[in-house]
Design a protein around this ligand. Structure first.
Ligand code: SAM
Length: 235
């Protein structure tokens, strides 16, 4: 048996509406909250009985946005500036023989909404609509290995980027009472410098845009500084 078929047990609702600007691993932005919506026949209370006693969960998911782009044995990890090539199995790249991802996330809350069972999560690195194949509890005694070697990604990425907001952008964030963490989420996303490696060398002012939740965020980059110029509601 060389091929298997799996069922999607649920789908992610995420503030990240496009791949650009999603952190490269979970936990880097704790304010990134999302929901895992389990649908019938996996929305039974029994299926998650006992889950609340775990603080974190492993999610096994499909890189659905890039799944049809195939895979390659060598990839260029952004961590290495996008130039050095590494074997795909020596990386967490999305272009894999089986487009399967693995993320550990924090479990915040579990509740029901009609026939849906919802797991509220934080620290996610998942695109909106990501299909989930499996959920497993994170077991610190087995999964946390403080002496393990992290190869070329031995510690969380560090950047020196700073972030400021125009008065309009900050007022817009403060008016979004349903999204009290909007400004801090934007700040943390920009601090990790989401630009592709080849654009990081540029010295002239650059203009960027991204979607978070239902908002369109525009900013400029000058050296090591991001300035959020404008935020608007997406149509
Ligand atoms: N933590 C996971 C892992 O190790 O398997 C994902 C690591 S991968 C390097 C992280 C990137 O996957 C994010 O920056 C985002 O751009 C991308 N991503 C997240 N959800 C995706 C999806 N559903 N389809 C395609 N790409 C996705």
């Amino acid at each position: 048996m060389n091929a298997f078929q799996f069922n999607v047990v649920g789908t992610i609702e995420s503030p990240y509406k496009q791949k650009f600007a999603i952190p490269r691993q979970p936990g880097l932005i704790p304010e990134a909250r999302g929901k895992l919506i389990l649908v019938p026949p996996y929305a039974e209370n029994d299926i998650i009985r006992g889950i609340e006693s775990f603080s974190h969960l492993w999610l096994v998911f499909v890189f659905h946005e890039t799944a049809d782009k195939g895979w390659s044995p060598l990839v260029r990890p952004p961590r290495l500036g996008g130039n050095a090539r590494k074997g795909v199995f020596a990386t967490r790249a999305t272009f894999r023989p089986n487009p399967i991802g693995l993320s550990v996330v924090k479990l915040e809350k579990v509740y029901r909404q009609q026939d849906k069972l919802i797991l509220e999560l934080s620290g996610i690195d998942l695109l909106d609509g990501t299909p989930i194949l499996d959920i497993k509890p994170y077991l610190p005694y087995a999964d946390a290995l403080p002496n393990a070697s992290g190869g070329f990604a031995d510690s969380a990425p560090q950047t020196m980027m700073t972030v400021s907001f125009s008065e309009h952008a900050m007022d817009f964030c403060q008016a979004q009472t349903a999204y009290p963490d909007l400004a801090i989420l934007i700040e943390k996303v920009l601090k990790q410098d989401p630009r592709p490696s080849y654009k990081k060398q540029r010295t002239t002012e650059q203009h960027y845009g991204m979607s978070l939740y239902q908002f369109n965020i525009k900013w400029t980059v000058n050296g090591e500084h991001n300035h959020v110029t404008e935020i608007s509601q997406l149509p």
